[in-house]
Ligand binder design. Structure first.
Ligand code: HEC
Ligand code: HEC
Length: 153
């Protein structure tokens, strides 16, 4: 075996080992074995509905919904969300208005009403639950990243 080949095979073994270790530590995201076995559904996680607006992780994150939305109609004929968040209703509802991006079509034209691509609120905005993450999350807020940079550069 040449030195290069030995180096390569060592690297392969190391990668495989690391993979095996990671696989062991990761929580199971799949169902039971065998997959035909029936297990009770895990309980639904409780949604956080304390009306406290959550910080966004980055400026253009769709903000999380901080209130209950159970039973709110969202279909072709009715959009309960807009009955509070549309511009004309925010005075009586005191809800934050959908921002200007919700009035823009894909060509950047600002329309008079909500853009069809922003009609289905729940494809972007979701409630937050108190569930623990299934896998560790190493996300770092960008403010923390900026603070770590030495000053005066
Ligand atoms: C009865 C009025 C009402 C309805 C209906 C309603 N909201 Fe809200 N929403 C509010 C108010 C008021 C707030 C401000 C925070 C609070 O009081 O909960 C809010 C906050 C939010 C926020 C957080 C905004 C931010 O900047 O953090 C989002 C996102 C949101 N609502 C989405 C929705 C969606 C999606 C629906 C429909 C499924 C909906 N809302 C239906 C009144 C409403
Ligand atoms: C395609 C994704 C998408 C859809 C659909 C969508 N939003 Fe948003 N929304 C966003 C993003 C991204 C932001 C944050 C950036 C911005 O304001 O455009 C946002 C911001 C908001 C805010 C905060 C506005 C502010 O100025 O603080 C509210 C309230 C909101 N959305 C409500 C709604 C409601 C109600 C609907 C349904 C009628 C809806 N959104 C549909 C992506 C979406």
């Amino acid at each position: 075996m040449t030195a290069l080949a030995r180096c390569l095979s060592l690297a392969t073994v190391a990668t495989l080992l690391a993979g095996a270790l990671a696989a062991q530590e990761a929580p199971r995201l799949t169902g039971p074995t065998p997959f035909t076995r029936e297990t009770p559904a895990p309980p639904m996680q409780r949604q956080l509905t304390d009306d406290v607006r959550r910080k966004r992780n980055y400026p253009d994150q769709p903000p999380l919904i901080p209130h209950a939305i159970e039973g709110y109609a969202l279909d072709l004929n009715a959009n309960k969300c807009l009955s509070c968040h549309a511009r004309k209703f925010t005075e009586q509802s005191q809800a934050p208005m959908i921002s200007v991006t919700h009035y823009q079509d894909r060509d950047g034209n600002t329309l008079g009403g909500v853009s069809p691509r922003r009609y289905s609120c729940l494809s972007c905005h979701v409630p937050q639950t108190g569930a623990a993450p299934l896998v560790p999350n190493t996300f770092t807020d960008m403010d923390a990243l900026v603070e770590r940079e030495p000053r005066g550069r």
